[in-house]
Design a protein around this ligand. Structure first.
Ligand SMILES: [Zn+2]
Length: 277
């Protein structure tokens, strides 16, 4: 969370402090800091754009893969959800899985990949150096303490964190009441409002309320987590019906939304313009 806020320059008023702390925290978690900072910012500035969003970009019905039919049953969904929650985060970082289509291989670890522009490439190299340095430290720990020790102390918590990153962000951006837009209809305010706050019950507190303040985060991404509830309470009456919240228990919500949200189609009522549901 702190690392995420560093990427938004929400942790400190000083960019250097944000970048140093963010770089250390991300590298320790084997996530390339600057790579993610840039792609995440582009996600924020293009949320719900069917053409330019960076992550959770839904497919059109015509673009569904051949195996989609085999997964649209309870067993297939359990399988797909298990893979998404265990491997989704590393697959996104390494292969841009569920990310924007660049028409070629795109990876957060590739400084020359299509996700980044020429001004950013040097910092992508620096991000990779951070990850490699962390990998080396982990290797030394294995030599000193053994692999089983590292898996228990580091691997399992890292896996739990990855699973929750995917679960939380998937539910923020995937809901049958959230539209996607193409460039005819997309604008800054619409994109910010096309996210939904969720209720993780007791885990809301554990996650410092990032779960139920995501609409706010997309409107004002420099507000840190410890002010997010207060600010959400302030914007709710202003947004009125435009504020999206779904209080369905999470285990029900993940099952329902992974079942219902398979692809999007153009809204017939929008007369050929670009709103997708
Ligand atoms: Zn963010």
């Amino acid at each position: 969370m702190i690392g995420h806020e560093c990427g938004h320059h929400a942790f400190s008023d000083y960019q250097l402090v944000n970048d140093v702390i963010g770089f250390i925290l991300h590298s320790v978690l084997l996530t390339p800091y600057f790579s993610w900072k840039y792609s995440h910012r582009r996600h924020h500035s293009n949320t719900s754009s069917i053409e330019h969003d960076e992550v959770y970009v839904p497919r059109l019905k015509s673009e569904l893969r051949w195996f989609s039919n085999y997964l649209s049953n309870p067993l297939g969904r359990v399988l797909a959800l298990s893979c998404t929650l265990t491997l989704g985060w590393p697959l996104y970082l390494v292969f841009n899985a569920s990310g924007r289509s660049y028409g070629r291989y795109a990876s957060h670890y590739d400084p020359h990949g299509p996700i980044f522009n020429d001004h950013e490439r040097l910092q992508i190299y620096i991000s990779d150096v951070g990850v490699i340095a962390s990998g080396y430290v982990l290797y030394r720990i294995v030599l000193a303490q053994g692999l089983a020790w590292l898996v228990c102390i580091y691997g399992v918590p890292l896996q739990i964190m990855s699973g929750f990153i995917v679960l939380i962000t998937f539910l923020h951006h995937t809901h049958s009441s959230l539209p996607h837009y193409d460039s005819f209809e997309w604008d800054w305010l619409r994109r910010a409002l096309a996210t939904v706050d969720r209720d993780f019950g007791i885990l809301n507190k554990v996650f410092h309320n990032i779960t139920d303040t995501h609409v706010l985060h997309h409107l004002f991404s420099t507000i840190p987590h410890y002010h997010a509830m207060e600010a959400t309470k302030a914007i709710k009456p202003l947004l009125g019906e435009y504020y999206q919240f779904d209080g369905t228990p999470i285990y029900k919500a993940i099952w329902r939304d992974s079942k219902k949200c398979i692809y999007v189609e153009k809204d017939e009522g929008s007369k050929g313009k670009g709103i997708f549901w």
